[in-house]
Design a protein around this ligand. Structure first.
Ligand SMILES: Nc1ncnc2c1ncn2[C@@H]1O[C@H](COP(=O)(O)OP(=O)(O)OP(=O)(O)O)[C@@H](O)[C@H]1O
Ligand SMILES: [Mg+2]
Length: 330
């Protein structure tokens, strides 16, 4: 199928991609190959793949899987990533019930990665057990799957990163998601994190792709009763339905998980505590919402959709300086 690569096994698939383990034929380098499905090879999906590649390549954030290159072979578009012997979190928890220290180790790494992403103005928006990779030998955890990611606070970003990304389409396609549709709130990643934690501790993963707006059905997740209450409380806070009740910073999550780890290492148990004690928003944030632009946004979105189907369109947005043209477009 993909010339130049030997495919060994499929790791997982969803409605747009298939992820394979394989290697480069010539150099025998083990790689992960994310192939766009033929039925999903439309301009929008191709641009999302390019976008995903660019984000991961440009950011060079510790904990983000590094892509090697993009390939377009015949009808196939594929992103090639280095395979460092990691398995997806879904595979990882299938083979072993996770104990508290291993959970905390993975959980803290994930919270740290989210912290780094948010500091760089990136919201992942699709964190799940299929795009988190764990190396079973070292415990090193990395994430991928940036096709739904968005830039949120351009002001705080390094200008070189911005320049590099400005050639790439910055888009939000989460039409299915009511919670965030307009707000594009970085806190949605904390919600996804809560869901992942729940899955790690219960050993149950929702089948197939998960939407971050889907509120988990707790009866489905049977968390081992030996899991300390403090950890459950952290998860419940992550899963707050109103984001203002949840964590406001990755820092706050890391601090709580750190406290759990400290107590566990010391005494083998964790006393319950109120989560979020060190949770301070690291920046002053105005609401990201746009007010009173529903009609205009709708016009832009439908034009964008039509253009995605291949027919070009031109839209001119006019208005006084500062009236909100750029905000609307973003
Ligand atoms: N409808 C709105 N709801 C909330 N905030 C808004 C709205 N419109 C604009 N803003 C805020 O007002 C500020 C100015 O908006 P923006 O930069 O988009 O204006 P502009 O028309 O592109 O200006 P310029 O002509 O200088 O490029 C931004 O901080 C933006 O977030
Ligand atoms: Mg502007």
């Amino acid at each position: 199928m993909l010339q130049g690569y030997v495919i060994k096994e499929m790791v997982y698939e969803n409605n747009r991609i298939r992820l394979y383990r394989g290697c480069m034929e010539k150099k025998q380098i083990p790689v992960l190959i994310e192939v766009l499905k033929e039925e999903a090879s439309n301009p929008l999906e191709i641009s999302k793949l390019i976008y995903e590649y660019e984000i991961a390549r440009v950011l060079k954030i510790e904990g983000v899987m590094e892509p090697i290159k993009l390939e377009n072979i015949g009808n196939y578009f594929a992103m090639i990533m280095e395979d460092v012997g990691a398995v997806t979190l879904r595979e990882y928890i299938k083979n072993r019930p996770l104990e508290v220290p291993i959970f905390l180790d993975i959980a803290i790494q994930l919270a740290e990665i989210l912290g780094r992403l948010h500091k760089n103005g990136i919201i992942h928006r699709d964190l799940n057990v299929d795009n988190i990779f764990v190396n079973p030998d070292t415990g090193i955890t990395k994430i991928t799957g940036f096709n739904n990611a968005v830039l949120f606070s351009v002001k705080s970003m390094d200008s070189s990163v911005l320049d590099a990304l400005s050639n790439t389409i910055v888009h939000g396609t989460a039409g299915e998601n009511a919670w965030l549709e307009e707000t594009i709130d970085y806190r949605c990643d904390y919600f996804s994190l809560g869901k992942v934690f729940l899955e790690i501790l219960s050993g149950h993963c929702s089948a197939g792709p998960t939407g971050f707006n889907e509120y988990p059905d707790y009866s489905f997740y049977k968390i081992n009763p030996e899991i300390p209450v403090a950890i459950r409380d952290i998860i419940m806070k992550l899963l707050s339905q109103n984001p203002d009740d949840g964590y406001q910073s990755a820092y706050g999550i890391i601090k709580d998980l750190d406290e759990c780890r400290r107590q566990w290492n010391l005494t083998g148990k964790i006393e319950p505590f109120i989560p979020g004690r060190m949770d301070i928003s690291l920046r002053f944030e105005l609401p990201h919402r746009l007010y009173g632009r529903e009609k205009e946004a709708k016009i832009l979105k439908s034009a964008f959709k039509r253009a995605c189907n291949g027919q070009g369109e031109l839209i001119i947005i006019s208005g006084y300086a500062g009236v909100g043209k750029t905000a609307l477009l973003n």
